[in-house]
Design a binder for this molecule. Structure first.
Ligand code: V55
Ligand code: FE
Length: 491
């Protein structure tokens, strides 16, 4: 077998593990709260084969679906590959056949026309079904009980878009799924599909619009009235792809934009508002209306957070020199020509989470990951950008109140999921994976799941679930309650 390269995409918590396994009754320290009853799903990129190119990146690795099943205080762990068309083709060949991240011109000719998506970004639950998503293709449906791949999901043949975002938004009050797909008509197509599925999972609306440039639209946000598409100047180029180059290059000299339209409206009503130059954001926290004002809270940086997207654009900023802030952009929609008013809300960071009930509505708490300025030693290597976060922050955006959870020296934190509590007035719980080093060897660590009181993160975990294994880094995760799992379409 060919060796894996020793770059930031393959070391530390990005060390290839390539193991499908099931473990029952993991050791638990502390007490799992009764509210924590259901499954924590994680999307884990972990390439089954050594890559065709040594400059391969973690975003290009085969998606695995992992599950921590919390069953009345006991915890079981399972992880399996999503059996995408690409995974199955390479499994049969026993080697990589797909080349660079989102560049089909670098593939082995034997797989021309085979779907390239790796379904490695976000587990999405809607209307009794679980999907593994990646923004360059359609979602793959996965059986939430067996983790077997059911197949590609196209809304019973109704979906026209060839892509489905890894960041759809569910309105908790209506149960609707709001989603989009960019490059909707195929590679480097400027069209974006904006879609709504009703609470029962029927596709009820799909409209296409053109974006001002060919940007990577990783996330979007809704309010009660609006659908909002913040876009940033990290752009695709077909000629660069044909020459074997990168899909994305960051343009430090180009503006960002916000596209905003009524969420039940027509795409012809879209307003494009120019924003600051050169900035980047992968994840919005939330948005909501306050009279005519629309607040959009986002994890903003002064350049793209991925080194390979900066370098492809000739932007040379060291990862540690990146600057940013949790930022609020406010629009006054009573104006004919609304402008962005910007103010910082909190320290820089990413992988923000919200209570499901707060989606698109006035809210005053969110969680995200950041770097602890007082941490001892360097961050744990690994994760999508090559270094893991080591602080969990809880913020009250309305008043700036900030609390922090620390981890053991050298440990890394993956994105948490929020679990509501059945007790009135209780703020619920967070679950997340913490990778704790065992030795100075960056591949030698043990992964744990911590359960933390959501409104008292500074107290640390109430329970620690020990896998005894070094698990590979996830991208995003999702919590699904027992009630929802019991009512799932597949059993
Ligand atoms: C991101 C992740 C992706 C991707 C594009 O977090 C952007 C950002 C895991 O895959 O393909
Ligand atoms: Fe994301």
């Amino acid at each position: 077998m060919t060796a894996f390269p020793q770059t930031i995409h393959f070391i530390g918590t990005n060390t290839p593990r390539r193991m499908e396994l099931s473990l029952r009754n993991l050791p638990v320290e502390g007490q799992i709260p009764a509210d924590v009853e259901g499954a924590f799903f994680r999307a884990v990129p972990d390439n089954a084969h050594a890559p065709m190119f040594d400059d391969d990146i973690a975003l290009n690795h085969d998606g695995m679906i992992a599950r921590f099943n919390f069953d009345k205080g006991a915890v079981d762990f399972d992880i399996r590959y999503v059996e995408t068309e690409r995974y199955l083709a390479e499994k049969q060949a026993r080697r990589a056949l797909f080349g660079r991240y989102r560049n089909p011109f670098t593939d082995d000719p034997s797989v021309e026309g085979v779907d390239r998506t790796v379904a490695n970004t976000t587990p999405v639950w809607h209307a009794g079904r679980l999907f593994m998503t990646k923004e360059d293709g359609r979602g793959y449906e996965v059986n939430p009980h067996t983790l077997a791949t059911v197949g590609k999901w196209d809304y019973e043949g109704k979906l026209r878009s060839q892509t489905f975002t890894a960041h759809p938004r569910v309105d908790a009050q209506t149960g609707e799924l709001f989603f989009f797909g960019y490059e909707a008509g195929g590679l480097c197509d400027p069209n974006v599909a904006y879609c709504i599925a009703d609470k029962d999972g029927n596709l009820v609306k799909e409209q296409w619009f053109e974006q001002p440039y060919l940007s990577t639209i990783h996330d979007f946000v809704i309010t009660e009235k609006y659908a909002i598409f913040p876009i940033f100047p990290t752009l695709a180029d077909l000629d660069r792809l044909k020459a074997g180059g990168a899909h994305w290059a960051h343009h430090q000299d180009k503006p960002s934009y916000i596209g905003i339209m009524p969420r039940y409206g027509d795409v012809s009503e879209m307003k494009w508002i120019e924003g600051p130059v050169g900035v980047s954001c992968f994840h919005e926290v939330n948005a909501y209306e306050d009279g005519d004002l629309v607040h959009i809270d986002l994890c903003l940086t002064n350049s793209n957070a991925f080194a390979f997207m900066r370098e492809a654009g000739g932007v040379h900023i060291d990862q540690r020199e990146l600057q940013g802030a949790l930022t609020r952009w406010t629009l006054d929609m009573s104006k004919a020509d609304p402008q962005i008013a910007e103010r910082p809300l909190g320290p820089p960071g990413d992988l923000c989470r919200l209570a499901d009930a707060d989606q698109g509505r006035p809210y005053n708490r969110a969680w995200y990951l950041s770097m602890n300025p007082q941490a001892k030693g360097p961050p744990m290597l690994g994760g999508p950008v090559g270094a893991n976060f080591n602080a969990l922050l809880r913020i009250e955006p309305g008043n700036g109140r900030l609390t922090m959870m620390e981890v053991p020296p050298g440990a890394g934190i993956s994105e948490p999921a929020h679990i509501p509590s059945a007790t009135p007035g209780h703020g619920g719980w967070l679950v997340m994976v913490i990778d704790v080093p065992n030795s100075p060897n960056p591949a030698d660590y043990s992964s744990e799941v911590w359960v933390v009181e959501a409104d008292a993160v500074e107290n640390g975990p109430v329970a620690r679930v020990k896998t005894g294994l070094p698990l590979r880094s996830q991208v995003h995760g999702a919590w699904v309650s027992r009630e929802r799992l019991d009512a799932s379409v597949h059993h």
